[in-house]
Design a binder for this molecule. Sequence first.
Ligand code: 5GP
Ligand code: MG
Length: 492
Amino acid sequence: MRDLSADRAEDKCGVVGISSDENVASYLYASLRILQHRGQNSAGIAVSSDQETIKAVRGMGLAHEVFNAENLSSLTGRSGIGHVRYPTTGDDMLENVQPLVLSSGVGDVALAHNGDIVNSERLREKLEDEGWAFFSTTDTELVIRMIVNELKDLIDPVKAVRNALKRIEGGYAFTLMIGSKVFGIRDPLGIRPLVLGRIPGGFAVASESVVFEMLGGSLIRDVQPGEIVELTTEDYVSYSAPSLGEKANCMFEYVYFARPDSVIDGRSVFDVRVEVGRMLAKERPVEADVVIPVPDSGRTHAIGFCEESGIPMSEGLMKNRFVERTFILPDQKAREAGVRMKLNPIRSVIKGKRVVIIDDSIVRGTTMRQIVQMVREAGATEVHVRIGCPRIIAPCYYGIDMKTRNQFIATGRTEAEIAKEITADSLGYISIEGLVKAIGSKHAELCLGCVTAEYPTRVPGERMRFQRSIESYSESQIRHEVATRVDARIDS
Ligand code: 5GP
Ligand code: MG
């Protein structure tokens, strides 16, 4: 199978967009710090100083490494967008740093993107045949160029955006600025999350609801699948696509990616993880003396596991927060050494005990194999592993950093073989149905591509989950193309 994403920039990221009656730069900066877990590779903010001009500051690193009092004060304007970009190896070039800004006939346009466009290569080739030249390899450039191109002939920005979106397939959440107008856009199946909220002085869209809360505002609702929301200081206006009643929310947001204090599609991520832990204890019970979560990704799941099983939890692994993320290190040796640098067992908790280790997920198995060995060396008599995500067996094409089948430890192995591989006495993954139940959604309303190898959109070489093809989807969207302007004015 062709690996669609290996040579492309990944876009698993955090996005935010704000329209306010105050200067927005400091709110955007705070938002990026709140969303920092969604991307540590680069950060950027774009604000519109007047109706037409957009100014951006972007750089490599964490938000607080990129921004300082000086460059933040150079960003004056009442509307803006921000982006944190997820680190993957090989593509950390400044050209890929977002938001991207281009000029158009109706003023500057800026775009921040979370997700992946599945048909971007085909589209790019087509456009190159038509004489377009691209300066980066990102989906983001493709999309912003298509929007700018539509703006040539159309003055209605929403129509222009719709026309551009009609051609793309995949999972995406965009924050977009056209001049000083700010928009939030979510893909037609709601694969990537995007929420709408109130903040002091205005309105915002962001990848996660925790942003509004921490800025002193509140969540209003999720941006609906296929919806375009325009923000103003006094209200927001929703331009809804005709609903097809289909959804495919990414389950990995609940399992790992989002912060537990966020609410996605009406469900608290914390509550879901606790429920996953409970379900895991029911489905895969084990006799043991102590439950040890892998910090920090397994903590919330462990709470539910302990509640259900009655086994006490303890802090058996200490994490050095200042060591870089091992998941993204380029080679296996570096990843293994990284885990050792990051985690250390507490012997007095572990010695002589039957231990259950809980983590959110196993991808390559590097982390868990190291942890099991560490815990055994610290004197555990038995080491059992329980995992809050079903076996990851297939790539994600919508922006999660799980790319090729041969990197997954679960590929071609039974659970017992994986247990052996990570040197555990027993291993239990939550079942797919167990996870679906814990999320509290319907199977058909989740994207489970990485655990079922069935995808909610057409992906070359992969099975598609829905009977309906994305083309028929697009056609029906075209038929209803006149955007239904739903007035969503609310009292402020
Ligand atoms: P593995 O070592 O099996 O390759 O990765 C699993 C570990 O990485 C788990 O501890 C999980 O919390 C974390 N993890 C899973 N998916 C991702 C991801 O997309 N990015 C990062 N940074 N960590 C991940
Ligand atoms: Mg982890």
